[in-house]
Ligand binder design. Structure first.
Ligand SMILES: *[C@@H]1O[C@H](CO)[C@@H](O)[C@H](O)[C@H]1NC(C)=O
Ligand SMILES: *[C@@H]1O[C@H](CO)[C@@H](O)[C@H](O)[C@H]1NC(C)=O
Ligand SMILES: *[C@@H]1O[C@H](CO)[C@@H](O)[C@H](O)[C@H]1NC(C)=O
Ligand SMILES: *[C@@H]1O[C@H](CO)[C@@H](O)[C@H](O)[C@H]1NC(C)=O
Ligand SMILES: *[C@@H]1O[C@H](CO)[C@@H](O)[C@H](O)[C@H]1NC(C)=O
Ligand SMILES: *[C@@H]1O[C@H](CO)[C@@H](O)[C@H](O)[C@H]1NC(C)=O
Ligand SMILES: *[C@@H]1O[C@H](CO)[C@@H](O)[C@H](O)[C@H]1NC(C)=O
Ligand SMILES: *[C@@H]1O[C@H](CO)[C@@H](O)[C@H](O)[C@H]1NC(C)=O
Ligand SMILES: *[C@@H]1O[C@H](CO)[C@@H](O)[C@H](O)[C@H]1NC(C)=O
Ligand SMILES: *[C@@H]1O[C@H](CO)[C@@H](O)[C@H](O)[C@H]1NC(C)=O
Ligand SMILES: *[C@@H]1O[C@H](CO)[C@@H](O)[C@H](O)[C@H]1NC(C)=O
Ligand SMILES: *[C@@H]1O[C@H](CO)[C@@H](O)[C@H](O)[C@H]1NC(C)=O
Length: 522
């Protein structure tokens, strides 16, 4: 209800911004130059993207240009560290980790409107007719939030996505609703396809267009999965299916729907539905609802245009406006970039696997560790920026695990005795379970800032990867078949990692390695 009333009273929200914009007119939103940021704060992630200053939420407009440059736009309030005054911030990267802040890309036409979430495409065939002299024309498709309704607009870019001009024929879709938003557009065969949320009606609309300007309603996907209070930020994407036996040439489709508030763990989460799509209609393979993360801080994820790669927003509307990073002038970061595919897992159906995108560009020196962790602990692995660790686990088959069989990992501060803990329980009497605990940190407290998260698997994990990046902790089990993302706010920086296991059966092996993270901002 909190967010519902916030959204329904967006007029009130924006009139507050209008008041502050008037009173702080000496500090207008910069145009044509990147906003400067101070990335030295102790809570600033080193390799997860965060905005130079101000408040960031959903990733928007993700695309990769012909030069191989990745473009990340994002919901951005450049004038405050809480949501409001929504623009599209912009950053570019050669590898999805080392980001360069660019000038703000999309501005609302006046202070009573906001440029809400949306997507971008490369109109290589000039279907829109906007492009006289390029096959690299970029079109952004987004929601304009006005005091009375949410309409869909487009804007075109002649310079590869750095600056945009709104189309003179806007809006391109107006159904008269004030809860209709977040268009995500893909190319299917011979036409454009948009998925969009009728947020308060629990409907994902599918529209088609020959030219990005004229849109026709094709079908609805209604009342699927968890409803929460609102549906937001749908994505429809074609992904490769990799079966365990062999990588087939088969493709599958996935519809994602983010809900907020009202996630099973509270607040915001993203659910997904594997299925078929024929250009106008989506049909899920089964009636199951699957969540993309077992933590609380992964929302509104978006796929890059025509790529199986995605990024999510690493926060939760239950507390995003009050987390302590405001003292460093910014709020919110993105998740790690992920390379996605589907696996047919048998009885449990198709499962989304979200692999960490090639992390090698941001790994610094390998830390001193022992190679085999079985029944032993490697403690006091020290680091400065953050740490990435990887373990491959080989277990004997047909074995009964001891009730205490487990793998644990802990990152700690040096003097305040704070820590973030996690582990994997192998006991045969309970399911194979990954768990995380952010309760032993002192930098932030809220009734919604839940401490502990877990998820169970049918079979023991074969691989666990983790990263602590200042105020973001992520764990990827079995290459990203299970992902946990949580924000953490220690009162002093984490400096050491300990990893170990105990009571594993004879014949077990765990190969382990850990790396210091590079600092991409200095
Ligand atoms: C702001 O822009 C919106 C959308 O173009 C328009 O409907 C509204 O009238 C404008 N408001 C003011 C105060 O100019
Ligand atoms: C561009 O045109 C080619 C040839 O008709 C077609 O195969 C392709 O799907 C089109 N792609 C886009 C993005 O318009
Ligand atoms: C793109 O379309 C517009 C409008 O139809 C046309 O004027 C222009 O010549 C086209 N550009 C190319 C490269 O075909
Ligand atoms: C491409 O065409 C646009 C629209 O006509 C024009 O504004 C722009 O200057 C042109 N760019 C180049 C490099 O010719
Ligand atoms: C690609 O790189 C070339 C050479 O640096 C540049 O001229 C061109 O504008 C770039 N294209 C895009 C889409 O950024
Ligand atoms: C699709 O859903 C919207 C929102 O509930 C509704 O207004 C529209 O009539 C539906 N269209 C069809 C064809 O069911
Ligand atoms: C797509 O599926 C819908 C519903 O099953 C069907 O009505 C439509 O004809 C199909 N379209 C194509 C191109 O097969
Ligand atoms: C870490 O170092 C401290 C102090 O040297 C020592 O007391 C502690 O046992 C070590 N922890 C581990 C897990 O090795
Ligand atoms: C595991 O046990 C089952 C039943 O006893 C047996 O059929 C199977 O061959 C065993 N598998 C392995 C890998 O030992
Ligand atoms: C793993 O951590 C849990 C929770 O702190 C603890 O109960 C258990 O003894 C640990 N197991 C090992 C093998 O370190
Ligand atoms: C680990 O310790 C347990 C006893 O706690 C023992 O039974 C087992 O053989 C040990 N595993 C290995 C691989 O040494
Ligand atoms: C774990 O296995 C993957 C391949 O499956 C490999 O790329 C990685 O280097 C291994 N990590 C460790 C620590 O052995």
């Amino acid at each position: 209800m909190w967010t519902r009333s916030l959204l329904l009273s967006s007029a009130a929200l924006f009139s507050l911004d209008w008041v502050s914009a008037q009173s702080s007119s000496a500090a207008p939103v910069p145009t044509g130059v990147p906003i400067q940021g101070d990335y030295t704060g102790p809570l600033r992630p080193r390799v997860h993207y965060s905005p130079p200053k101000g408040f960031m939420n959903d990733p928007n407009g993700l695309f990769k240009d012909n030069n191989g440059t990745w473009h990340l736009y994002y919901q951005y309030n450049p004038t405050d560290v809480v949501a409001g005054n929504q623009h599209w911030g912009h950053a570019t990267s050669p590898d999805l980790y080392d980001w360069t802040n660019q000038p703000i890309a999309l501005f609302p036409p006046n202070s009573s409107t906001g440029v809400f979430s949306g997507s971008a495409v490369v109109d290589s065939n000039n279907t829109s007719g906007f492009f006289q002299n390029t096959t690299e024309g970029v079109v952004a498709i987004y929601t304009l939030n006005t005091p009375t309704k949410q309409v869909q607009e487009i804007a075109y870019s002649y310079d590869g996505g750095y600056t945009f001009t709104p189309y003179s024929g806007n809006p391109v879709i107006d159904v008269g609703s004030n809860q209709f938003r977040d268009p995500k557009v893909i190319w299917y065969d011979d036409h454009w396809v948009m998925v969009i949320a009728y947020a308060a009606e629990y409907v994902i609309g599918i529209y088609t267009s020959p030219n990005l300007k004229d849109w026709t309603h094709a079908s609805n996907v209604s009342h699927v999965g968890f409803l929460g209070i609102q549906y937001e930020c749908p994505n429809l994407v074609k992904l490769p299916v990799k079966n365990s036996s062999s990588d087939t040439a088969e493709d599958g489709w996935v519809l994602t729907i983010s809900i907020n508030p009202g996630a099973p763990l509270g607040g915001s989460i993203t659910q997904y539905f594997p299925g078929t799509f024929n250009g106008t209609h989506f049909n899920p393979y089964d009636g199951a609802t699957r969540l993309s993360n077992f933590g609380k801080d992964d929302y509104a994820g978006q796929f890059f245009y025509d790529e199986p790669v995605s990024i999510g927003w690493a926060s939760n509307w239950e507390y995003t406006n009050i987390v302590p990073t405001a003292s460093e002038g910014w709020r919110s970061s993105m998740t790690l970039p992920r390379n996605n595919y589907l696996v047919d897992s048998g009885a449990r159906g198709y499962q989304l696997v979200q692999e960490i995108y090639d992390v090698s560009p941001v790994l610094s020196n390998q830390l001193n560790t022992s190679n085999n962790l079985v029944n032993s602990t490697v403690g006091n692995i020290t680091f400065n920026n953050g740490v990435y660790f990887d373990m491959n686990i080989t277990l004997p088959s047909n074995v009964t695990f001891a009730a205490t069989a487990a793998i644990n990992f802990t990152v700690s501060t040096s003097s305040s005795r704070e820590s973030v803990r996690g582990g994997y329980i192998l006991s045969s009497s309970t399911p194979y379970t990954i768990w995380l605990d952010r309760g032993q940190t002192n930098g932030f407290d809220s009734p919604f800032f839940t401490d502990k998260f877990s998820e169970s698997q049918l079979r023991p994990a074969k691989r666990i990867q983790g990263m602590i990046d200042r105020s973001v902790f992520e764990v990827y089990v079995d290459n990203g078949a299970v992902v946990g993302t949580m924000d953490v706010y220690p009162a002093e920086p984490f400096t050491t990692l300990s990893v170990g296991s105990g009571d594993l059966p004879g014949g077990s092996e765990i190969s382990f390695a850990a790396w210091e993270l590079k600092d991409v901002w200095t």
